[in-house]
Every structure is written in C-alpha cells, then in structure tokens.
Write a protein that binds this ligand. Structure first.
Ligand code: CA
Length: 446
C-alpha cells in the first residue's frame, strides 16, 4: 500500500488587522506556518524570513529519522538567527519576531519542530489531538495549576508568548521524541492562533471530518474564524494522508490548479508528482530493508540510551535549577508596588530572596488597570529578558491608565476638534506591500 500526502494551504488577513503578518509554506516534504509580530510591516518580514531555512531543506532526504528531526530543528534555529540578523541590520525591524511550527514528511513518518503559539493538530479516527504545546504565558499558568483551561481561553494576556523566533539567540526548539507514523485517513493541520482563538477544537474537527475537499476545508476553517470575529490573521496548512485502497480519505482527489486561490498549494494530484517525490512520500506498509535496519539500530540505541538517560536527567535537573535562577525573568512588584523586571524567581527560600531587580519600569501598580494586578502580584514569568520587556511594552504600557483628567470646561465650539481623534490613531500605518504570497481579504463567503 502506498501513502500519498495531499497538501493544502490558505491564509487570510481576518476582519480587524490591516496587514497579514502570517506566512506559510507547503513544499515537497516540508510544511510550515509562521505568525509574525512587530510594528508596521515587520511581522510580515519576520515570518517570511523564518521560512527561508526551511525552503533550503525542502525535498532533502536523510539517512535516518534522527537526522531528519535534527535537520528540521536546525533549520528552525537558523530561522531564529536569520530573523535576529535582519532585525539587527535594520532599526525599522527591531523587535520583530515570529512563531514557527513546521513538519517534515519522510515516507510515512512525520517530524515536527515548533516555537511559539501556532499549533499542529492530528485528526485521526475523528479525534483531534494537539501535537504542540503553546509557548504562552497562560499555558504556563495552566500547567502550574494557576489557571484553568477555561480561564486561559478568555484571559486578557492569552496572546503573550513566552518563546518566539527572533527574540533571543539559541532559542529552545520543541521536537517530537519519535516521528509520528502517518496512517491513511490521517489529517495534520498547522495553523496560527487567528484560527484557534475564535474557533473551537470541536468545530475544527467537525470541518476537517466532514469536508472532502482539502481546499474547501481550509476555506471553511478561515470562514469560521471570520464568523467568530476574525480578530487576527488566519492561516491553515492541511496535510491529508491517503492510502491507495478504497478505505482512504473520502471524496474526490483534488486536482492541481482546481482552485482560484493563489495562496493554496495543492500537491494532491499523484500524476503531478515526479518519481522522486513519490519515492519520498510513498511508503510501503512493508518497510524497505533500509527502514527495517534503521528501526533495529534505533531499538539498540534506545536501550543504551536508557542508562545514559537517567544520568542525563539528574544532570539536567541540577543544571536546570541553576539555569532557572540565572535565566528566568519575571515582571513583578517591590514593597512600594513599583513595577520592575526581575531576574530569578518570585518568592524566597528561608528568607533569602531568589530574585534581583534588573530593570525598574518607573510604573506603579496603581497606574495599571485592575485585571493586571493579580498577575503582577504573583510575578509574570518569562524565559528571557526580551520577553519580559515585550510584555511591559505591549501589555503594561498600552494599558497604563492616564492621569485623572482635570475637569475641562466645555469649549464654545465643540466641533473645533481640538482633541478629536487624539489617541485614536491606528496602531499600524499602511506600509510596504506584503513581500509574501498572502492573499488579500477574500470577498464575503456566499
Ligand atoms: Ca496571530
């Protein structure tokens, strides 16, 4: 039996944003979603730059699974360097960053690498499973038992991310310990938070399960996000694994070029695939001798790795504790309720403080709206100083309460407009055209 992967992708600006800062790629073997952030058009530059190293490895074959995962993670690290490099070369781009969630399909196996709050899901037998973990503040608080999933879903700081491409050198990249074995009927969805914010997992599963056409499925997901307000840019990359038997993905095989959407990539027509691609994507259920040999050697490597693993875990725990104190940051308060960025962790052990103030912010708690207070009392943690600064710049400073306005007497000419529009300017000014293939807003769905 042969497994063929059909790929589809689409992106949409949503209903609120002026720019589409998301980007995606649907290559031969590598697929990715990147959700950029930054002032003006910088987010678009970051998400596009991050895809460069992935394009370079697209279609490459690797000796074994470990090498493939390593190459994918290395490309994500290179993406981090590339974004940092561009940002430091151009002051206009300073502070830009992006998420990056990517998979590589190798035979019937799928490798994954991930940084940020875009997501990868697997839909198998009608059940939708998240393959990635959000690198967000609220997810961290959920893991620590300080928020419930329900509270996190509506939390005002739910978009604060704790890990991103382009923020700090040596970014930690999540990978799966073992590649995922794809089976006929499996669907893998990569998407930005513009989809998962307004659209529930249940609705995503329903659309993917019920829609036979991959392009239409992507479009329906985007429509659902826009129907939910479309607060952010929305991007989907969908992979569908189809066996050559009758019990495969229901419905017709989509033909290349059957879509009028420039941003959709349909690699679905097997006739359009060259022999090399078929060799890469078509995996027999009878594994080739090379793959069997690889599996045997992986097994013996795993046994040896067991003992080494225990030693390593102990080292990591001790090293991690030291690193945590040196590398963790939080935004918190001092005794005078002044806001500052601290290195270390909130609290003390035997009366010994575990944190040092690194950057006072000239801001006191009373300057800020009440919904931010309890988080600041607890200390809002970040893995990097840049992350903590971003939180101050993007969340605290914009929500700073103005000084109580003196009662100004009504003017004689209220229409003079002395204050009309003040403080009302759009955050993003129209800027460079998008360097990407992201399509412009679509006409309202019929
Ligand atoms: Ca987003």
């Amino acid at each position: 039996m042969t497994l063929v992967i059909h790929a589809f992708g689409a992106t949409n600006v949503g209903r609120i944003r002026e720019h589409n800062e998301d980007n995606f790629m649907a290559g031969r073997t590598v697929f990715a979603v990147a959700d950029g952030m930054g002032g003006h058009a910088a987010g678009e530059v970051a998400s596009e730059a991050a895809l460069g190293p992935l394009r370079e490895i697209d279609g490459t074959t690797y000796a074994d699974g470990a090498a493939a995962t390593e190459a994918l993670a290395a490309a994500v690290s290179e993406a981090n360097e590339a974004v940092i490099g561009q940002a430091s070369a151009d002051p206009e781009l300073s502070g830009m960053g992006t998420t990056l969630t990517t998979v590589m399909v190798r035979g019937a196996r799928m490798h994954l690498a991930h940084v940020g709050d875009s997501r990868a899901y697997l839909l198998r037998n009608g059940i939708l499973e998240m393959l990635t973990e959000d690198h967000t503040l609220v997810h961290q608080l959920v893991k620590e038992g300080r928020l419930t999933e329900e509270q996190a879903a509506v939390h005002p700081q739910r978009s604060v991310i704790t890990r991103a491409i382009g923020v700090e050198r040596g970014v930690l990249v999540d990978t799966m310990p073992e590649p995922l074995e794809l089976a006929p009927g499996d669907q893998v969805l990569l998407c930005s938070d513009g989809l998962t914010g307004p659209v529930s997992d249940a609705l995503i599963a329903e659309i993917l399960s019920s829609e036979a056409d991959g392009d239409t499925a992507c479009r329906r997901l985007i429509d659902a996000a826009n129907a939910g307000g479309g607060p952010d840019n929305i991007t989907c990359v969908l992979l569908r694994a189809e066996g050559d038997g009758a019990a495969a993905v229901p419905g017709p095989v989509t033909k290349a070029g059957a879509t009028d959407d420039d941003a959709t990539a349909d690699l679905g027509d097997p006739a359009a695939l060259d022999a090399r691609r078929l060799a890469e994507l078509g995996a027999g259920s009878e594994d080739s001798p090379e793959i069997q040999a690889e599996e045997r050697s992986q097994k013996s490597r795993r046994m040896g790795a067991g003992i080494l693993g225990v030693i390593l875990i102990l080292a990591v725990i001790i090293g991690g504790a030291v690193l945590l104190l040196n590398r963790s940051y939080y935004v918190g308060l001092d005794d005078q309720r002044s806001v500052g960025i601290y290195r270390g962790i909130q609290g003390n052990v035997l009366g010994l403080s575990l944190a040092t103030l690194v950057e006072p912010q000239g801001l006191v708690l009373d300057d800020l709206p009440e919904h931010l207070h309890s988080a600041l009392f607890d200390g809002v943690p970040f893995p990097t100083l840049a992350g903590a600064r971003m939180y101050v710049d993007d969340t605290l400073l914009p929500s700073r309460l103005g000084p109580s306005e003196p009662e100004s007497p009504p003017t004689d000419a209220p229409s003079a407009g002395a204050s009309a529009g003040a403080g009302d300017e759009p955050k993003d000014t129209p800027s460079l055209p998008s360097p990407t293939t992201a399509p412009q807003p679509e006409p309202a769905p019929s």
